[in-house]
Design a protein around this ligand. Sequence first.
Ligand code: DLL
Length: 432
Amino acid sequence: MNRFYQPETETMSPDAMRALQNEKLIKQVRRVYDNVEYYRKKMDEKGVKPEDIRSVDDLHLLPFLTKDDLREAYPYGLLALPLADCVRIQSTSGTTGKRVVAFYTQHDLDIWEDCCARAIVAAGGDRNDVVQVSYGYGLFTGGPGLDGGSHKVGCLTIPTSSGNTDRQIQFMIDLHATFLCCTPSYALYLAEAIEEKGLRDKISLRAGIFGAEAWTEEMRRDIEHKLGIKAYDIYGLTETSGPGVAFECAEQTGMHICEDHFYPEVIDPDTGEVLPDGQKGELVFTALDKEAFPLLRYRTKDICVLSRKKCSCGRTLVKMSKPMGRSDDMLIIRGVNVFPSQIETVFLNNGYEANYQIHVDRANNTDTLDINVELKPGMPADEDSLAMAKKKLTASLKSMLGLSANVHLLPPKSITRSEGKAVRVIDNRKLY
Ligand code: DLL
């Protein structure tokens, strides 16, 4: 069994890796400065020129990019190539206003799929494996990313996408799937459905690659126990390409970052200052060799710790801890990125005030979303009017978030007012 997909990079000496990163960074900063007006302006405002960046040690001189920049530059403002050179887009889950659209050249797709292939091989996969990809396909990066990685490794790939649990289990059994790729919550859901149907001894799974949302060590043990597999974590975000930016190896103590493509920094989220390895802060990525959508110093808002401790798997790639939270208020509910501000927009657009509370929980391994909102004084409160209002709000929320929510209309002044910051979100899932 191969231990590495790209051994020359995955086990490269730290000095050689540094040299490679420096070489790529210098070229990339020049390309971006010459081709991306939006970022050129930011660099000019900060008084930094491409020639000031001679190595990764100079990265701190460059300005950050955030989701706000992506929104402002939507859709083409951060493209570094003519559209004719792009072959694909992917996007974050169905959110109006906050949508991120990432562009890829064929070279970018190759890099992305290589990263996912590294993840599959690190989890013990090879060409004899049968990989069931139960992440969503389409605009979401989960399905296409793992699918591409599985092809590169030479595995038989089953592109079931998410949903339709009975069919998932049928394929898993009939085609002897050995790897399962999906969100950890869907893995648990599948595990329980398999258990309920008494089919546990009919499945051939031996490993799973799970990510796209926070999950705890307890959840890992639960999945491993219920499916009789090893469960590996995988991390990524649409802005950098998708899954595979970082992946776990057999040691299961953090995820190796594909730092030959994505240079990581950890910063203090309040001051923006770069923190030394081992300190907890916000993860920032610089895409070193992406062509179409090369974000420099992109703030992920994910809080984690980097470690360069020697890994028993032989990989020298730096490791990131599991994300330990976010430095913004984004929630990930059933795999969909949700900002409380989007929910507020729906209420305000429908004539309500900003008196609402979002309750997130998990029942039967599926996230639940309940939203309480107060009626404004004078709004009709008879049964028919309430039913109609609820229907309208539920539809508006669904179209804004791409997600169904249970809306509860409450009498005016029934949500407890806070003396400090309003408590808008009550998340009882205990994910971190
Ligand atoms: O979730 C990409 C992905 C697909 C990763 C499949 C892994 C597997 P987005 O929808 O853009 O992309 O969401 C990115 O999800 O900033 C994190 O907050 C969170 N996230 C992703 N992976 C993990 C993970 C995909 N393993 C956002 N653990 C990121 C915790 C994760 N959070």
